[in-house]
Write a protein that binds this ligand. Structure first.
Ligand code: PLP
Length: 366
C-alpha cells in the first residue's frame, strides 16, 4: 500500500522538487511575509507581553467552538473593532486565511452557482471549490476581458474570486475594473487581501473605497501583522449565514483570546507607525532601481525573478544562501511549469546594502 506514496515522493525527488521541512535559518530575510517586521519587533512583543501579564487568562484555551462555550467577549469585541476599521458592517474571525477561504467558498455558492476564479488564485480557494457543489471556471490571470466573456455566458449566480496582490507574481489585480464588471453582471466579488493588508494601508479595497462593490473580503494576519489568523469582512446576512452553515467555522474550537487580542494590538501598532510601510516602499524602489526584470508591480513587496530551469534556480538560491541571503525558490506544481521563479520578499527592515548586494548576485547569474 505504501508503494504508491513512495513512488510519488521518488518522482518528486528525481525532478528536484521534493518538499522537506527544514529548520528555520538565520540570515538576511528576503523570504518571509513579515513585510513590516512586526514578527521580530521587540516593542510589539513587549506590548503583547504586558497584555498577558495584566490578564494571564488570555493564554488559556477557549474551551469550545464559537457556537458552544468559545464565544468570548474578546473575540466579539475584536470582530466589532475590525469591522469598524475596514468600514464593513461585520467581521468574522478565523484561525487562518486558509480556513477563512475554505468557509467562504465552500458555503456560499450552491450547486446552481458558478465560481469564477483568477487562474492564479490561492490554493485555499481551489480546495474550497472542491468542497462546494458549485461549478468552477478559471479566467486568465488579471484579464478583465476574459472574465467578461465568461460572465456573459453564465445564467445563475456568479462569484468572482481574486486576490488584490498576487503572492506568486507580486502583481496587482485591476480591482476597479473587476469591481465594475461585478456590478454590471450582478456577480458577487470576493477579494483576498492577504498580501495587500498592511502594505497598502488596510488593503486595496480601502484604498479605492470599494466596500460597497466587494461582497466579501479576506484579510489575513500572519503576514504584515506578524501574528496569525484572518477575518472575513461582509454584511450581517453573510456573517449569520456563515455562522449557521460554514463547517470550517462551526466544527472547530475557537482560538485562545491571546490570538484575537494580538490582532487588535497589531492594528493599533501599525496605525501609530506609518514609517514602517514608508520604509518598505522605499526599499521596493531601491530594488526596482537595480533593473532586474520581474513580472511584479513596481510597488509590490513580492518580486519574482523567473528562472525556468530547476537546476539554475537551485544553483542561484544556493549561491544566495551561501552569502546568508534567504530567498524562496518556487517550482512547479506550485507555479505553472516554465514559470519557476526566485521569489524575493522585501521588508521595511532590509537595508539598502542588503538589497543592492542581493541584486548584484542575481544579476551575475542571469
Ligand atoms: C493569497 C493568500 N490567501 C490566503 C492565504 C492563507 O492564509 P494563512 O496563511 O493565514 O492560512 C495565503 C497564505 O499563504 C495567501 O497567500
Amino acid at each position: 500500500m505504501l508503494k504508491k506514496f513512495q513512488d510519488a515522493l521518488d518522482r518528486r525527488n528525481e525532478t528536484g522538487i521534493l518538499r522537506t521541512l527544514k529548520p528555520q535559518l538565520s540570515g538576511i530575510d528576503f523570504y518571509s511575509n513579515d513585510y513590516l517586521g512586526l514578527a521580530k519587533n521587540k516593542e510589539f512583543q513587549l506590548q503583547l507581553l504586558s497584555c498577558v501579564q495584566e490578564n494571564p487568562a488570555l493564554l488559556s484555551g477557549s474551551s469550545g467552538s464559537r457556537l458552544i462555550s468559545g464565544n468570548s467577549r474578546t473575540v466579539t469585541d475584536v470582530e466589532a473593532f475590525i469591522a469598524k476599521e475596514h468600514q464593513y458592517p461585520e467581521a468574522l474571525l478565523f484561525y487562518s486565511g486558509y480556513n477563512a477561504n475554505l468557509a467562504l467558498f465552500s458555503t456560499l455558492p450552491d450547486r446552481h452557482d458558478t465560481i469564477i476564479v483568477d487562474e492564479q488564485i490561492h490554493r485555499s480557494v481551489h480546495d474550497a471549490c472542491r468542497m462546494s457543489h458549485a461549478k468552477k471556471v478559471k479566467f486568465r490571470h488579471n484579464d478583465p476581458e476574459d472574465l467578461e466573456n465568461i460572465l456573459k455566458k453564465q445564467t445563475g449566480t456568479c462569484y468572482i474570486a481574486i486576490e488584490s496582490l498576487y503572492s506568486m507574481d507580486g502583481d496587482l489585480a485591476p480591482l476597479q475594473e473587476i469591481a465594475s464588471l461585478a456590478r454590471k453582471y450582478n456577480a458577487a466579488l470576493i477579494v483576498d487581501e492577504a498580501h495587500a493588508f498592511g502594505v497598502f494601508g488596510y488593503g486595496l479595497i480601502e484604498k479605492y473605497q470599494l466596500q460597497n462593490d466587494v461582497f466579501a473580503a479576506v484579510v489575513t494576519y500572519g503576514k504584515a501583522l506578524g501574528a496569525h489568523g484572518a477575518a472575513i469582512l461582509c454584511n450581517e446576512t453573510i456573517k449569520s449565514y456563515l455562522v449557521n452553515f460554514a463547517s470550517p467555522f462551526i466544527y472547530t474550537t475557537s482560538a485562545q483570546d491571546f490570538l484575537w487580542l494580538s490582532i487588535k494590538t497589531g492594528y493599533e501598532f501599525i496605525k501609530q507607525r506609518p514609517e514602517l510601510p514608508e520604509k518598505l516602499h522605499q526599499n521596493i524602489k531601491i530594488f526596482k532601481n537595480q533593473n532586474i526584470e520581474t513580472p511584479s508591480s513596481e510597488i509590490s513587496p513580492i518580486q519574482a525573478v523567473i528562472i525556468p530551469d530547476n537546476h539554475q534556480l537551485k544553483a542561484l538560491q544556493s549561491a544566495l544562501s551561501a552569502r546568508e541571503f534567504l530567498t524562496y525558490a518556487v517550482y512547479s506544481p506550485t507555479v505553472k511549469a516554465g514559470t519557476e521563479r526566485l521569489r524575493i520578499c522585501l521588508h521595511s527592515f532590509n537595508t539598502e546594502k542588503e538589497i543592492t548586494e542581493l541584486a548584484a548576485i542575481i544579476k551575475a547569474f542571469l
